[in-house]
Design a protein around this ligand. Structure first.
Ligand code: ADP
Ligand code: MG
Length: 683
């Protein structure tokens, strides 16, 4: 058997210097080496005729050497070699810098293949620093060549040679890591063929098969790991059984509106979880304005009347305050005591709250990060809600949960992500979705417009503000930047609006570099109507409710992801007034126009997210990291959605038939998960 864990230093071609360089790339063992996948490939397999060459492309030519090497020296130690080559369609000049050893390499009249970047100027065709092979040899040309992510001082050729040597060691002897029945069912390449073809594919068809196999394996491993976390929570920990005699309908009947079908369905799912003795771990997804808050209020009622405390954690003070008012309005009449604890809460008040919390005199505590501070102690925390989850790390979720004894947890998010992605992001949670908005909402009118409409937009804002409304303007930048000189910055635009365009109104600026206290103050004044126009960056993205605001203008809308635009749009349309979302964009690219069209025509956040995913492929702005997605070696969650779906269907089957991976046929899967996630899953 091959020792995949052997140190790379024993592999041919790896000297002490290279060991250090390889380590920088995260390569320590033979296994790391052969699973260090290329980031790209160059097709050097198909020669082109000289008269077919295109300026700027990399191309292979099959030619006769037509001149001796011409050598020009200049500067200190600088040499240029030039040589003429020819095929039956034309001539081409090859140029090398400082590679004197090539001087006598080629013989006039003999045939070679060259590969390099084509440069065409005034009809003169040149290829600089080409790699080459003599006719009949396929070392650097005549095949598909892998391109690896590199580190300083390690060349493609060197790394390629080392990886080739690594592959020679494993040859046909790698142990298959995926069970036979899965390979068969999903038509996956076996590991030995795939590992060779992923590095040195015979053709792109073989490459695709190899890649599919590794993508499948990687996604399968992550998904199984998440699934095992979930079953662990489910099966092994005892949670709280909330009182079956406490009826959610008692609150529901006092509300001034009827809950939507979707809200009722979600409440039923949560109610079941709460009454069971397993700790709930549930994600509540719902479009902006779909009414998630009221759902959490009803659940907190159930917790309080069952004798348990609830913690509500929001990402900003403003939101926490907003929640506090909502909770109080609905629950105080039932004798339930709510309190607000913020970072800025005065010391005296704070110690009063902490005291009451410990004694159980407070039923519901609402706050921000302030809740996870050490001296915040609950008497019997039984229910935890985190709002707008993507602003909190998993760590914070765990910290607040730790203040109770296996409390039920509800995670609320308004970032509509397709279910497939939600399963990767929140795979350890059960998912409930509110897929319906309350009735009688006025549809927000969305207008994608060009920059030259700016004056008209300003007049439109003026007309609305004169009628008493308010407007949000969102910019991609805080301050002016040379790098993005066509982007609007919030600071500059505020100045311009306040001093030149809207001197009669109060215009203020809000951005992430400001102190929390200042942000809160400005937001508060906007809420109270003292500020009419709020220019900001995307800091206002998160759930703030200002029903009087009816205009959302997004500058450089082409810069934002669709999901983000949708989220921004959700800031308006919260009151009785007809609302507008104006997307000012630049550029004529087809994708930009298509995306703007989707925004205009689609007001369902989930559809927007699906389309975004479809259009975007390589998720340039989605900001994978920000969403806490795991990092993948080869899978791309945006391009590989189809494989992800297959994997998820498979994992669901396995969850049903063998959730602990104990059957013989699944032993390999267990090894796969243990191997890759042994550190992370042992909680
Ligand atoms: P989000 O899901 O974005 O957090 P909110 O919970 O803030 O949405 O709800 C938005 C607004 O809709 C609130 O003012 C809330 O009172 C109201 N609302 C919630 N559910 C309903 C309903 N079923 N019918 C009418 N209005 C509702
Ligand atoms: Mg909300």
């Amino acid at each position: 058997m091959i020792d995949l864990k052997q140190d790379v230093q024993y592999i041919k071609g790896v000297g002490p210097n290279n060991v250090v360089l390889l380590q920088k790339l995260g390569i320590n063992t033979l296994e790391d080496l052969i699973t260090f996948f290329p980031r790209n490939y160059e097709d050097r397999s198909k020669p082109k005729k000289i008269n077919e060459l295109i300026d700027g492309e990399e191309a292979l030519i099959d030619v006769i050497c037509a001149s001796k090497m011409n050598e020009t020296r200049f500067g200190k130690n600088k040499v240029i070699l030039k040589m003429l080559v020819r095929d039956d369609t034309g001539d081409c000049v090859l140029t090398w810098f400082n590679q004197t050893y090539l001087k006598n390499k080629f013989k006039v009249g003999e045939r070679y293949q060259f590969y390099g970047k084509v440069n065409i100027k005034y009809g003169r065709i040149e290829i600089s620093n080409p790699v080459y092979d003599k006719q009949g040899i396929n070392k650097n040309t005549g095949k598909i060549i892998p391109i690896y992510p590199l580190t300083y001082n390690l060349s493609q050729n060197k790394l390629r040679a080392i990886i080739e040597n690594g592959l020679k060691i494993v040859l046909e002897n790698m142990q298959e890591t995926i069970p036979e029945y899965i390979l068969d069912k999903y038509k996956l390449e076996n590991i030995n063929k795939a590992i060779k073809q992923i590095h040195f594919p015979d053709n792109f068809e073989e490459y695709n098969k190899a890649r599919r196999r590794f993508v499948f394996e990687e996604l399968l491993t992550v998904q199984l790991a998440l699934s095992s976390l979930k079953t662990r929570y489910d099966k092994e920990i005892d949670g709280i059984e909330f009182d079956k005699n406490v009826k959610m309908s008692d609150v529901i009947n006092t509300l001034p509106f009827k809950l939507t079908k979707a809200q009722l369905k979600v409440l039923e799912e949560i109610d079941n979880d709460m009454e069971s003795n397993k700790p709930m771990n549930r994600l509540l997804q719902g479009d902006v304005g779909s009414g998630k808050t009221i759902v959490s209020i009803i659940c907190a009622y159930k917790a309080a009347k069952s004798g348990y405390q609830t913690a509500i954690m929001a990402p900003t003070a403003i939101l926490a305050e907003q929640h506090f008012n909502n909770f109080k309005n609905i629950l105080e009449k039932f004798g339930i005591k709510c309190e607000l604890l913020l970072g800025g809460t005065r010391a005296k008040k704070r110690s009063e709250i902490l005291e009451k919390l410990k004694n159980g005199d407070i039923d519901i505590l609402i706050g921000t990060h302030s809740l996870i501070v050490e001296d915040v102690e609950f008497k019997n925390l039984g229910f935890v809600v985190t709002d707008e989850q993507h602003r909190f790390g998993v760590r914070q979720r765990t910290n607040i949960i730790g203040k109770g004894l296996n409390p039920d947890v509800l995670v609320m998010t308004a970032t509509p992500i397709p279910r497939t992605l939600a399963l990767i992001l929140y795979g350890d949670l059960d998912i409930s979705i509110i897929d319906e908005l309350p009735p009688n909402r006025k549809k927000i009118e969305t207008y994608p417009v060009n920059k030259n409409m700016e004056k008209r937009i300003e007049e439109f804002i003026r007309a609305n503000v004169q009628k008493g409304r308010q407007a949000y303007i969102v910019c991609p930048l805080v301050e002016e930047s040379e790098e993005y000189d066509n982007f609007k910055s919030a600071v500059e635009l505020t100045e311009q609006y306040q001093n030149k365009i809207f001197p009669e109104f109060r215009v203020e600026c809000l951005h992430g570099k400001m102190k929390q206290k200042d942000k809160d103050e400005i937001m508060q004044k906007f809420k109270e109507g003292e500020i009419q126009i709020l220019v900001s960056t995307t800091v206002i993205e998160v759930g703030v409710d200002v029903p009087n605001a009816n205009i959302m203008v997004v500058q450089n809308a082409e810069h934002f992801g669709l999901a983000q635009l949708h989220q921004l749009r959700g800031r308006v349309g919260r009151g009785e007034y007809q609302s507008y979302c104006i997307l000012i964009y630049e550029g004529n690219a087809k994708t930009i126009k298509e995306r703007m069209k989707i925004m205009k025509e689609t007001d369902n956040g989930f559809l927007v997210a699906e389309k975004d995913l479809e259009l975007r492929g390589a998720g340039e702005f989605f900001g994978t990291r920000q969403h806490g997605l795991p990092e993948f070696k080869i899978a791309n969650l945006f391009e590989d959605v189809a494989v992800l779906k297959e994997v998820q269907a498979l994992v669901m089957e396995i969850e049903k038939s063998d959730s602990k991976l104990e059957k013989d046929e699944n032993i390999k899967l267990k090894e796969l998960v243990d191997e890759k996630f042994k550190d992370r899953i042992s909680i």
